[in-house]
Each structure stands twice: as structure tokens, then as C-alpha cells.
Design a protein around this ligand. Structure first.
Ligand SMILES: [Fe+2]
Length: 187
């Protein structure tokens, strides 16, 4: 017999508790750091339709998610002041000058002079044929190119219309190159 206030376990209750632990036994995202916390929250969000029952701590962690999607197909190409070159700027950090952009060279266009950059430059060729004339390096679809800070290169020539994902980890040029009449194009 159980006395007043004592809990009498119903048949099957122990098994149910083992398979569905009470809320406080779930791992708490805030008890972990970094990615683990986020992974825990993502799991819980997936289990909660609408995510409407988030507590204050969970909302705080949720605030760490600052994801941004840019649908590049919906952006207009912006013509630069070098004929045949246009871009879609995807991301720029104003303090460091770092940026990520899609650049497009029309067939026959290119950077006309040898030059070096003030930061590391990375390019992934998405389509076309883009050649570095002095060295003969030719980027084709899928080519990944790394041009270390200060390294001379160019002129270049797009043998076909070429689209490249271009990444700089800092400012693009030490000074505005003379092939741009608009200094904004060198940023
Ligand atoms: Fe360059």
C-alpha cells in the first residue's frame, strides 16, 4: 500500500519514462559550447513544430543564427569601368576590404596589365576559359586559383565568356589600378 502523497507506479510507466525522459533530462544546448550547442538546438527545433515553445535561453542561442542567403540568379550584373567586366557583389566587409563577388568577363575582355593585389585572391571558375597570359595558366570550369598577396600576375584574357567566384581576404589593390576610371571598381 502507498501512503498519501506517495507515487504509485502504474504498469508500464517505467518503460515509458525510459523512452521519453522528462524535459529536464534533455541535453541543454547552453551547457555546451559552439557547434555542439547549435546542433542541440537544431535537433530540438526539428522536434518542435513551429518552434514556438522556445525558452529564453533557447531564444538567446537562436539569436546566434545569422544566416543569409543571396539568390545570385536574381541579382543584376553591374558593369565595371573596364569594358567587358561586370560583377555581382555577394559580400563585403567594409572594415577589412575583404569581399566575395561573382565576376564576368565577356569573351575577349581581360585585365590589361601586370599587377599584384594587396591581399590573397581566390577564384573558382564557374564557366568559360580565363587565361593568365604570361604564365599560360588557364582557368576552366571547376578550376580553383589562388593568387597570394603581392604576387605579380596578368594581363589576363577571357578566351570565352567567363564567370568566376572571386574572393579577396582583404583590400583588392594597393592603389587604384589605371584600368578603372571609377575608383569604386577597385574595392
Ligand atoms: Fe588580379
Amino acid at each position: 500500500m502507498s501512503g498519501p502523497g506517495e507515487h504509485q507506479e502504474e504498469p508500464g510507466e517505467a518503460a515509458l519514462s525510459a523512452s521519453a525522459p522528462p524535459e529536464e533530462q534533455f541535453s541543454q544546448p547552453h551547457a555546451y559550447g559552439g557547434a555542439l550547442a547549435m546542433m542541440g538546438l537544431v535537433r530540438r527545433l526539428a522536434e518542435e513544430p513551429g518552434g514556438s515553445s522556445l525558452g529564453r535561453e533557447e531564444q538567446s542561442i537562436y539569436g546566434l543564427f545569422r544566416e543569409v542567403v543571396v539568390e545570385t540568379a536574381s541579382l543584376e550584373w553591374s558593369e565595371k569601368s573596364l569594358p567587358g567586366l561586370s560583377q555581382k557583389m555577394l559580400w563585403r566587409d567594409g572594415s577589412s576590404g575583404a569581399s566575395i563577388a561573382l565576376v564576368r568577363f565577356a569573351e575577349g575582355a581581360g585585365i590589361p596589365s601586370p599587377h599584384a593585389h594587396a591581399s590573397n585572391q581566390f577564384m573558382l571558375c564557374l564557366s568559360g576559359r580565363y587565361r593568365y597570359v604570361p604564365t599560360g595558366l588557364t582557368l576552366v570550369t571547376g578550376s580553383f586559383y589562388w593568387n597570394p598577396k603581392g604576387s605579380m600576375h596578368g594581363p589576363t584574357l577571357a578566351e570565352e565568356e567567363s564567370v568566376l567566384l572571386e574572393i579577396y581576404d582583404g583590400p583588392h589593390y594597393p592603389t587604384t589600378p589605371d584600368w578603372y576610371t571609377n575608383p569604386e571598381d577597385a574595392r
